[in-house]
Ligand binder design. Structure first.
Ligand code: 6GU
Length: 250
């Protein structure tokens, strides 16, 4: 997979060199280009923003530098054999970034990110590139960041770990023996490792029992409890037929 990121803060994307994404790059599963938008801002001050039409606070990122930058990044990518680009525009006004979208993006060959600062990018830029490629406006949550760079880090990490060969153990995608699929939207319960006792606290006996059926049952109950406590909205969306009588107790 090829990733290109155009930003006025290239150094903000340094974490793409470390950890999981860094390893994916080192092993050749991923290639990443980070590009300074100001390279395509040709005035003396390398201006990338201007006041909004219609008035209001803040500044808007200008069409000119973004258009030049994206044209060049696209041309370079095509030259190097990349194809079928997808433009990912991080914005608090985007559609929610979910695991489903992470999976969708992980199946693409080439992602181009346009993290913005200020009040966002002139609306004509997304409209222009949408005539040539899929454009996803994406938000990582219901809060406002100062810019889209942190969102790019979030999205790339969620996507990179799904690439075949990136994770050490081939992604054991929840083999829940109770209700395959239907319980997949539950949060995971707590996990434990050695030592068996720490500061007077033991580990749930069932996990030491070696009884796989009981362990699965326990994990499912813990997942339900944690989901009910932290994300009641997910319980509401659950397929009720996936619950059994025991799930309704307590
Ligand atoms: Cl993608 N960008 C910004 N600036 N704020 C956000 C966001 C993105 N997602 C949630 N808040």
């Amino acid at each position: 997979m090829r990733l290109d990121v155009v930003t006025i803060f290239p150094e903000y994307l340094e974490p793409l060199h470390v950890s999981l994404v860094g390893k994916a790059r080192a092993s050749g599963l991923l290639s990443v280009g980070v590009h300074d938008l100001r390279r395509w801002a040709y005035d003396r001050h390398n201006t990338v923003d201007d006041t909004p039409y219609g008035g209001g606070p803040g500044m808007v990122m200008k069409t000119g530098p973004w258009g030049e930058a994206l044209d060049d990044v696209l041309a370079r990518g095509y030259e190097e054999g990349a194809h079928d680009p997808v433009l990912v525009v991080p914005t608090p006004s985007g559609r929610p970034f979910t695991q489903e979208l992470a999976v969708e993006l992980s199946e693409r060959r080439w992602l181009i990110f346009t993290p913005a600062r200020y009040e966002g990018i002139d609306g004509r830029v997304a409209a222009e590139y949408a005539t040539r490629m899929p454009v996803h406006e994406v938000s990582i949550g219901d809060y406002v960041l100062a810019g889209g760079e942190a969102a790019v880090l979030v999205i790339t990490e969620a996507v990179a770990r799904l690439l075949p060969g990136v994770l050490g153990n081939a992604q054991s995608h929840r083999d829940d023996s109770f209700a395959p699929g239907a319980m997949a939207d539950l949060l995971e319960g707590p996990v434990f490792t050695k030592p068996p006792e720490w500061r007077g606290r033991g580990v749930p006996d069932v996990l030491l029992s070696g009884h796989h059926g009981k362990v699965s049952r326990w994990r499912r109950d813990e997942a339900l409890h944690r989901t009910a406590r932290n994300r009641p909205d997910l319980i509401e969306r659950c397929d009720a037929t996936a619950f059994d009588k025991k799930d309704r107790e307590t």
